[in-house]
Design a binder for this molecule. Structure first.
Ligand code: ADP
Ligand code: MG
Length: 304
């Protein structure tokens, strides 16, 4: 075992709760080693709320959940705007917007779900996010590459610097809620996101079999050590309903989300079924057509 691994083993780095003093000490130590210097957005932009969507590992539906949260928030905003039409519309309702920062630089999947292709505009200093048909602002590495199939072969520090630029070198404008689709796990880029961006809350996405392992616990503990609240846990692919007999099958095993929420004191949980029609919508760039009935599974996670 290397010195570093030995150190962490002895310090019980993977800790289940914050109750004990040694956890508080550990937290202080981490903060001291890597002080959090939140970076402001560029002068002409501001985001009222920033949410990061994390997971223990890839392929659990993080990008789907980010997409759904943004689409739901955008629908709510449009409704508010319609209601407060004309003179009664407050300035913030009139000028606000919903945004997605695609933080998964090596596996970007947000632009495709919204049928956004080509290159984002730039005025030489700032980049402009691309805007979906429904009005959601998106920035992703795929909107900066000459070819969508070009791989990004960068090491950690370059990836992290790209994330910071997505935050403060993009003219986001007036944003009500900005959702960050994090890369899977608890690596370098996620650390940069949680350290440099003023994230208000984290949403953890899991699948039932994922919860059996300790991978989710790592993500929850990382959030905790960074001092950012985990506001919700979403269990994706929780069940599949047979279209013929309407029986629910727990394909990936029994739901474990209640236990996770209790153990880690996560205030809100949500469960999503497996629904091939949703995959089809996202794969064909029509994420904004996800029906309200499916978005409702996530209701209550974010305010407004
Ligand atoms: N509940 C679901 N029902 C059907 N398909 C899903 C569901 N959740 C995710 N998928 C599909 O599974 C794949 C992986 O999901 P994705 O959101 O890209 O995962 P991640 O971002 O965590 O890697 C995508 O093709 C997505 O459309
Ligand atoms: Mg993804």
């Amino acid at each position: 075992m290397t010195d570093a691994l030995f150190y962490y083993r002895n310090k019980e780095f993977l800790i289940p709760s914050e109750k004990t003093d040694h956890v508080k000490e550990e937290k202080k130590e981490i903060m001291a080693q890597s002080p959090i210097e939140k970076i402001p957005m560029e002068e002409g932009s501001k985001a009222k709320k920033v949410y990061a969507v994390m997971s223990g590992k890839g392929g659990v539906g993080k990008s789907l959940v980010t997409t759904m949260l943004a689409v739901a928030a955008n629908r709510a905003l449009q409704k508010k705007r319609e209601k407060a039409s004309g003179e009664t519309a407050t300035e913030s309702v009139a000028s606000g917007s919903i945004a997605i920062l695609d933080g998964d630089i090596t596996g970007p999947s947000i632009p495709n779900a919204f049928d956004l292709h080509g290159m984002a505009d730039s005025d030489g200093q700032l980049l402009s996010p691309m805007v979906t048909e429904g009005g959601i602002k998106v920035m992703s590495i795929n909107l900066l590459l000459q070819s969508e199939t070009q791989p990004v072969i960068w090491r950690g520090p370059v990836l992290s610097s790209a994330i910071r630029q997505f935050w403060n070198e993009v003219h986001w404008g007036d944003v009500d809620s900005l959702f960050i689709d994090c890369p899977p796990g608890t690596g370098d880029v996620v650390l940069t996101i949680l350290q440099s961006i003023p994230v208000d809350g984290i949403i953890i996405v899991t699948t039932p079999q994922d919860l059996v392992s300790m991978i989710v616990a790592k993500a929850v503990n990382m959030a905790r050590l960074m001092g950012i609240p985990v506001i919700a846990a979403v269990e994706n692919m929780s069940w599949y309903e047979c279209p013929d007999c309407h029986t629910r099958h727990e394909i990936f095993g029994k739901s474990q989300i209640e236990k996770l929420a209790k153990d880690y004191r996560i205030p809100h949980i949500a469960k999503l079924p497996i629904d091939p029609s949703i995959t089809a919508l996202c794969d064909s760039g029509r994420a904004e057509e996800i029906p309200d009935s499916f978005l409702e599974y996530l209701s209550g996670i974010i305010e407004g």
